[in-house]
Write a protein that binds this ligand. Structure first.
Ligand code: PXP
Length: 242
């Protein structure tokens, strides 16, 4: 199972002060040292965390497999063809949302998505579509000629807390299982992500057809805590040195 570590929220912390720290390349390096198999970043229209230059630098370094999440806008399609990430994940985007709330509306957007995929394929880029785990969406993803689908695990993550407590098999987990199986049989690379945590990842990681998980917020949140003692210790040392 591959793990794409989404480092958007390292940039969120940096943008809170518009400083140079924490450094995105260092964060990517450390994620790799921990076992990440790719680095995921979402270049949002409002540039609230990751900036264009971050993506350029991550690509330039050539150390990382880069998964670029983005909206299927003309600007972003052009940007992606120029940068050449290893995978482009097309996601829906709303300015007001805190995070990507749902999968792409393939039925409504299929024409635009098909064109976007064709342009990205001409640039030899692999394209994944972020979709809700609904069986009927998969044939449309096939028509769009995506190489991969990323199954949205947000609903599973929400229901995990409630359903798990009651001891029932989460319906949302079954949806992911059956979609992963069909998507795999249809020839897609199957990815999954959103809202995955240390507590809920196990059941998704056990789904054999899923090849890649993309996880961000919970890893960055944990990194802040596991790094806190060391960070304070280093500051105390500096203060004592004076
Ligand atoms: N996959 C996609 C397509 C996303 O948009 C996001 C959030 O940026 C993630 C995975 C990671 O979600 P989380 O930060 O909740 O782990």
């Amino acid at each position: 199972m591959n793990l794409g570590v989404n480092i958007d929220h390292v940039a969120t912390l940096r943008e809170a002060r518009k400083e140079q720290v924490p450094n995105i390349l260092q964060a990517a390096d450390l994620a790799y040292a921990g076992g990440a198999t790719s680095i995921t970043v979402h270049l949002r229209e409002d540039r609230r965390h990751i900036q264009d230059e971050d993506v350029i630098q991550l690509r330039k370094s050539k150390k990382f497999k880069l998964n670029l999440e983005m909206a299927a806008t003309a600007f972003m399609i052009k940007f992606a063809t120029r940068i050449g990430p290893d995978q482009v994940t097309l996601v829906p985007e709303k300015r007001q949302e805190l995070t990507t709330e749902g999968g792409l509306h393939l039925r409504k957007l299929w024409k635009r998505l098909r064109q976007s995929v064709q342009t990205l394929h001409r640039a030899k880029l692999k394209v994944s579509l972020f979709i809700n785990p609904e069986l009927e969406i998969l044939p449309i993803a096939k028509q769009i000629q995506a190489d991969a689908v990323e199954l949205h695990t947000g609903l599973y993550s929400l229901s995990f807390k409630q359903e798990h407590k009651q001891g029932s098999t989460p319906h949302a987990l079954n949806q992911i299982k059956i979609c992963a199986l069909l998507a795999y049989q249809m020839g897609f690379q199957v990815n999954a992500g959103h809202g995955l945590t240390y507590q809920n990842v196990g059941q998704v990681a056990r789904i054999a057809e899923i090849q890649e998980l993309n996880i961000g917020h919970d890893i960055v949140a944990r990194a802040v805590l596991v790094g806190m003692k060391q960070a304070v210790h280093e500051m105390v040392q500096e203060i004592r040195r004076k």
